[in-house]
Design a protein around this ligand. Sequence first.
Ligand SMILES: Cc1ncc(COP(=O)(O)O)c(C=O)c1O
Length: 406
Amino acid sequence: MIRFEEIKNDFPMLSQTMNGKRLVYLDSAATTLKPTSVISSIRKYYETNTCNVHRSIHSLSEETTIEYEATRDTIQKALNAQHREEIIFTKGTTESLNLLARSLGDHILKMDDEILLTELEHHSNIVPWQLCSERTNSKIKVLPINDSGDLDLTELPKLLNNKTKIVSLSGISNTLGTINPIKKIIQLIREHSDAYIIIDAAQMISQTDINVQELDCDFLVFSGHKYYGPTGVGVLYGKKKLLEMMPPFHGGGDMINVVTFEKTTYNDLPFKFEAGTPAIASVIALKKSFEYVKSLGKENINKYTKELFTYLKSELIKIEGLKILGKPQLQAPIVSFVIEGVSNQDLATLIGMDGIAIRTGHHCTQPLMQKLGVSSTARIAISFYNSKEDITLLVAAIKKAKEMLS
Ligand SMILES: Cc1ncc(COP(=O)(O)O)c(C=O)c1O
């Protein structure tokens, strides 16, 4: 039995105050807090293990290279990837998607080919494809959502044809919390096109177990910092034969085999896509976050956060004038809302004075905001280090702020 109430002790940030009040952190879709094991790992690298990886043959570098590569093994296992070299370290989801837009998109797309996205996407799964479509004269199509905030899957077959070369979509919406039925969607795409399928798992990684072979996605990307790990490191998973077919993204050290001024040959996977000195401490520490989550179990985590989330929503709907946006069939513990006559910005500022951290704004999903008919929302994202008391404090603070602002 995991005692989630005691888990706050693993997160030094939660012993902080904000504006003189105990910090209540409800912004975990933006970034998650880091447990002591992750922080200690980063500290260890800088205090006693500093060196570069894959280059020097002194034992410090050899040991650190082993630790660095061990993270790749851990992630391969966690995602059930077939080969360890299918795990590429990047700076994060955004860089992984830009890599794909360049190395896959630019490589395969011809004039009038189509890229399919969805209305739920984060800007980092929109803008790289727009840049790519400008470079390749290809077109972007968009799968709409319905009134509940779920993808309208009846539209999906109509949007797929033999020109559809790439479909890139998020597993979970960072704004509405919608959990997309990814497996079913991938099957539908495969039935109607030969497109390469990319899953933006930035939010999904912390919510569901991911088995890339079972899903049969071609690529899957996420950021370490949304999985209790450090910033500056992310992952691109790709099927080996596709990664082999793709040209490199960045040029530089480590990604080469032989360099002459006339021609360069490239290193094998995964190094072909890992140019330059990587975020060594962050990659090593990312293993600790995978181990930490595994020790809790995603099923236990979900059971606990679901209870908190149900409590949160039951309290929010009691607040007069508060409108929750979307009512997806399956929802991660992320919810967006607006309050009639109250500016989101003012609300976040006021409840921030009570020590409560939530996110307001467009959440990097401006097209979704347009669809919802709002310019911004307030968003609450729960994690397993939150407690029922956090929710009670939040709801009281919202009520107090509303009184003051309306
Ligand atoms: C669904 C989704 N995709 C992509 C991103 C971008 O992630 P990062 O800023 O870590 O690259 C985010 C971040 O909020 C996200 O929620």
